[in-house]
Design a protein. Structure first.
Length: 527
């Protein structure tokens, strides 16, 4: 009969087992394990630690506008997902579940999910210009998972990835935590404060590339956030074409286009913004395929506000890495049930009950725009037989995002607070340099290097420590005096202090109204 050891016996057994090893026991955790959480941006920890706003119980609490989530879509999403989950199965019984789903699935994703993704990507990402083969899609647990796996298969440990800065803070974790790659922040900003100031050029790309090489680091990829996070704009076609041509001029250099916000483009040509163009569309217009060194990433976390479902997709035409990617995906597969829900979300045709849950005043947001003014990413392409539920949902999303953008920028305009004009993504890039306190003296001259057009490459990846301290002080002041938790520029590797990302979709309607009042109070403060 098997018996359990008493606690003292367990202790003695553990002590004895440790004496069997000749290596000193220095820690119960590995160094790489302990380092992993230190790679994450500090604002994420701050977001968990503040007393959060609640309209009833804590109206003076902090409004968290730092994490890129979308709270605008739950009125449409939740009823739709509940409806899908309650659908009859093949036996005619209630509940979306089939017998075969309890077994192992294809490691790169179910056929239904990949077909749904490919159709949606054709409709939204390439707008009918580039067909995404479902067999060349890898479905994994979010963008970060498929990105990490891709980097693992195209780069060796110690090689580098060029990223135009400012950039999404968690890219560093995705690249370094397990793939052990070097992040190469690429300074592209030139004089001025408009989107074109942040466009990569051949000169800035070359400067960053050779700065890395001179430090003994082999650049293996250029990673673009397109539409850009945190800047909130779309790259013009000519900029993407320049990046594509430049990457192909370098032996073994890949181009990765993270297009997770492709369906969140709410201002385009009619609003003075460049139209959304995918790197896949650029290739199509050049009469070519993406090829072996160009890869596209997308997920449902942002456009569908489904960050909790953890579904991302990688599209690659590189045959050599497809099998390794499928095997690595064993570690981050999406559950069979989730994939079936996603397939339905992407392929269902819209029905009247899908939209009846919205208030009457919001029903007009679902109507398709007139052909003469139709400029959004969900325009019908030739051959689309029926309007998809996803199309209607994202049209609603775009209308609400545009309204939020206009209300927020209206408050900032009223108080003379500069911001970068945008039209894509969930955020606004705000210039609060006027609120920085350098102790009464003028800002240090070092802050003007980018404004003068200096090409820093990767030699000054981090903000100057003193600048970071001053920005941190303003960041804390925004939290404690104004109840606004924004993403600080230092977390996104800006070269100068004072820039902040505001996620204007990260609050419900009541909280967003409170945020506007707090921004107005900030704008009225003497600078």
């Amino acid at each position: 009969m098997r018996t359990l050891m008493s606690p003292p016996a367990v202790t003695r057994a553990l002590q004895y087992s440790r004496t069997l090893s000749t290596a000193p026991v220095l820690s119960i955790a590995s160094n790489r394990g302990l380092m992993a959480p230190k790679m994450l941006p500090t604002y994420l920890a701050d977001a968990r630690g503040v007393e959060k706003f609640d309209a009833v119980s804590n109206p003076k609490g902090v409004l968290n506008l730092s994490v890129a989530e979308n709270q605008l879509l739950s009125p449409l999403l939740v009823p739709k997902i509940r409806s899908i989950m309650g659908s009859a199965n093949a036996d005619g019984r209630g509940g979306l579940f089939e017998k075969e789903w309890i077994y192992y699935q294809k490691t790169h994703g179910s056929e239904e999910c990949r077909i749904g993704l490919s159709e949606h990507m054709l409709r939204v990402i390439s707008r009918g210009e580039y067909a995404f083969d479902p067999e060349k899609l890898i479905v994994g647990a979010g963008c970060n998972a498929v990105l990490e796996n891709l980097l693992f298969t195209i780069a060796e440990a110690g090689e580098g990835v060029l990223i135009p800065r400012p950039y999404y803070a968690a890219f560093e974790f995705d690249l370094a935590a397990r793939a052990d790659l070097k992040v190469l922040p690429l300074t592209v900003r030139r004089a001025g404060f408009e989107p074109s100031s942040y466009y990569p050029t051949v000169e800035s790309l070359e400067a960053g590339y050779w700065a890395a090489v001179n430090k003994g680091i082999k650049p293996r990829a250029l990673l673009l956030s397109s539409p850009n996070n945190p800047l909130g704009f779309c790259y013009p076609e000519e900029v993407l074409a320049t990046c594509l041509e430049w990457c192909e001029s370098k032996e073994g250099l890949h181009l990765i286009s993270d297009e997770i916000y492709a369906g969140s483009v709410y201002r385009e040509t009619a609003d003075g913004q460049p139209p959304w163009v995918s790197i896949a569309s650029v290739a199509a217009r050049q009469g070519r395929a993406l090829g072996e060194r160009v890869h596209v990433i997308w997920a449902l976390s942002k456009d569908f506000a489904l960050s909790g479902l953890r579904v991302g997709a990688l599209y690659t035409e590189n045959e050599a890495i497809r099998l390794p990617l499928q095997k690595l995906n064993d570690l981050c597969q999406v559950s069979s049930t989730t994939q079936q829900v996603v397939a339905r979300l992407l392929t269902d045709a819209v029905e009247s009950e899908d939209t009846a849950c919205l208030p009457r005043e919001e029903q007009p947001l679902l109507a398709p725009p007139q052909p003469s003014t139709q400029t959004n990413a969900l325009a019908h392409y030739s051959g689309e037989p029926l309007e998809a539920w996803a199309t209607v949902m994202q049209r609603y999303n775009m209308a609400r995002m545009k309204d939020r953008y206009e209300r927020l920028t209206g408050v900032l305009d009223d108080h003379g607070v500069p911001y970068l004009p945008g039209g894509a993504g969930l955020f606004l890039w705000i210039d609060l340099r006027a609120y920085l306190d350098f102790g009464g003296g003028p800002p240090p001259a070092r802050r003007s290097r980018a404004d003068e057009g200096a090409l820093v490459g990767v030699d000054e990846a981090m903000m100057h420590p003193r600048d970071a301290e001053v920005e941190r002080a303003l960041y804390l002041r925004l939290i404690h005096e104004y109840g606004l938790l924004l993403t600080p520029g230092a977390s996104m590797r800006t070269e100068a202090p004072g820039f902040f990302r505001c996620v204007f979709t990260a609050a419900d309607d009541t909280a967003f109204d409170a945020a506007l009042e707090r921004f107005a109070r900030l704008g009225a403060t003497k600078r």
